[in-house]
Design a protein around this ligand. Structure first.
Ligand code: 6PG
Length: 238
């Protein structure tokens, strides 16, 4: 399923509202809501809207924040997905520290992948042996990567572990990433993708024209692509 909006601003406002309604609905039937964030730049606008306009209307004390992937850098490094979320969202909302479950980019990557995988198994309900998130946000790279599963490293998506260590193909930066198990077992996966640069990749994936790491995301519970007009410009009648 795809939702296409005129601009990143309208997408962001609509998605923030959707998130507020979704969390309220889920929290009618369970105590907490587990949400894995994506990294990169796309989420920043949404973080700022949530921080400004949803400080009170989302029960942040019942929201547990995780990450779909993290760069292996210090938590105060500009490259850190945690740091970006902290700056734009987390420090502006009344979320208890114990609800923030960051991937520790400062740790040894392999050890951290094991630690985080064990944490997910301990903290989240499981189904078919995988930890189950209420919601996973994913972004899309212009090379078709998602989380930190890059082209040529698709075997990591098929790992039997919850997390894997990948290597950014250009910078050789180590990353810790969720694998396909938790991603495809989540109750909901939402891609948030904006900008013309992503349009050919979005078309190729959604029309099955070419395979990328993001093509491997085939969550059978809920998979929704939230796009702006530019990113969705090559989709005809989907
Ligand atoms: C990361 C991400 C990655 C990101 C895409 C899109 O750590 O970089 O999690 O998967 O979502 O690269 O990034 P942009 O939003 O910056 O285009």
């Amino acid at each position: 399923m795809t939702h296409i909006y005129d601009s990143p601003a309208t997408l962001t406002k609509a998605y923030a509202n959707h998130l507020q309604q979704l969390s309220a609905q889920v929290l009618e039937n369970q105590e907490t809501f587990s949400w894995a964030l994506s990294g990169g730049n796309t989420p920043k606008l949404l973080f700022s809207i949530l921080a400004k306009e949803y400080r009170e209307s989302i029960p942040w004390n019942r929201i547990h924040i995780y990450w779909g992937d993290e760069r292996c850098v210090a938590p105060d490094d500009e490259e850190s997905n945690y740091f970006q979320a902290y700056k734009s969202l987390l420090r502006h909302i009344p979320i208890p520290q114990e609800n923030i479950h960051r991937i520790k980019g400062e740790n040894d990557p392999r050890e951290e992948a094991i630690r985080y995988a064990e944490k997910l198994s301990k903290k989240l309900p499981s189904d078919k042996g995988w930890p189950v998130f209420d919601l996973i946000w994913l972004g899309l790279g212009t090379d078709g990567h998602t989380a930190s599963i890059f082209p040529g490293q698709e075997h990591l998506f098929h790992s039997e572990k919850n997390c894997a260590v990948s290597t950014h193909p250009q910078t050789l930066q180590k990353r810790v990433s969720l694998t396909g198990g938790p991603i495809n077992q989540a109750k909901r996966v939402h891609f948030l993708v904006t900008g013309a640069a992503k349009a050919p990749i979005v078309r190729d994936i959604l029309q099955g024209l070419k395979n990328y790491p993001a093509s491997l995301v085939n969550n059978q519970n809920e998979l929704i692509w939230f796009l702006d007009q530019e990113a969705g410009q090559f989709l005809s009648g989907i």
